[in-house]
Write a protein that binds this ligand. Structure first.
Ligand code: XMP
Ligand code: MG
Length: 179
C-alpha cells in the first residue's frame, strides 16, 4: 500500500493514477458521443479541478472552449456571515451548452451556487462532470451527469485536490489515514 505524508498527516493511496486516467478516457468518450456536432463550453472550477479539467479537455474532440472560475469567500455583513462569490467570468456563454468540471462534489453547496450563476447567464443547458463524488454527503437534487468515482465520506487529496494547499501534484487520489 502506497502511503505519503502531507504536512502533519498520513494518507494512503485510494485510486491509482493509471485507473484515474483510464476512467477519464471513458468519460471523454461519452462526452464526445453526447455532444457530437455541438459547440460546447467547459467551465472548470478552480483550484481543485485544474488537473482533471486539463486531462478531460485534451481528450475532447469537439468544437469546444474552456474557461475557469474561482469561488472567492469574503466576510459579509454580520447578518449574512461569510459570503461566497464566483469570480473570473470572461466568456460569453449565453445560449451555449455548458459542462461544469469539478474535482469533487461533497455536500453540493458549491455546485448549487455554480448552477445558479449559469442559469442567470442564460446558458442553453448545464451538465456536470466531476472526478469524485461523495454520495453520502450530497444534499442536493442537481443530477451529476459524468462521475469518475463514487467515494466514501472521507477526506481525500491528490489529482488536483489539496490539504492546506499541498498534495495537488500527486498523480493518484489518496485518503486520510485516521489515527
Ligand atoms: P461541496 O460541499 O460544496 O464541496 O460539494 C465541494 C468543495 O469542497 C472541497 N472538498 C474537498 N477538498 N478533499 C479536498 O481536498 C476532500 O475530500 C474534499 N471534499 C470537499 C473541494 O474544494 C470542493 O470543490
Ligand atoms: Mg481545498
Amino acid at each position: 500500500m502506497k502511503e505519503t505524508t502531507i504536512l502533519d498527516k498520513r494518507f494512503r493511496e485510494m485510486i491509482p493514477g493509471e485507473i484515474i486516467n483510464r476512467r477519464i478516457d471513458d468519460m471523454a468518450e461519452q462526452i464526445n458521443r453526447d455532444y457530437a456536432g455541438k459547440d460546447v463550453v467547459f467551465l472548470g472550477i478552480l483550484n481543485g479541478a485544474f488537473l482533471f479539467a486539463a486531462e478531460l479537455f485534451k481528450r475532447v474532440n469537439l468544437k469546444a472552449r474552456i474557461s475557469f472560475v474561482k469561488l472567492a469567500s469574503y466576510e459579509g455583513t454580520k447578518s449574512s456571515g461569510s459570503v461566497k462569490e464566483l469570480i473570473g467570468w470572461n466568456e460569453d456563454i449565453k445560449g451555449m451548452p455548458v459542462i461544469v468540471i469539478e474535482d469533487i462534489v461533497d455536500t453540493g453547496h458549491t455546485l448549487e451556487l455554480i448552477v445558479g450563476e449559469l442559469k442567470v447567464r442564460k446558458v442553453a443547458n448545464i451538465k456536470i462532470a466531476t472526478l469524485l463524488y461523495k454520495p453520502k454527503a450530497y444534499t442536493k437534487k442537481i443530477p451529476l451527469d459524468y462521475v469518475g468515482f463514487e467515494i466514501p465520506n472521507d477526506f481525500v487529496v491528490g489529482f488536483g485536490l489539496d490539504y492546506d494547499g499541498y498534495g495537488r501534484n500527486l498523480p493518484s487520489v489518496y485518503t486520510l489515514i485516521k489515527q
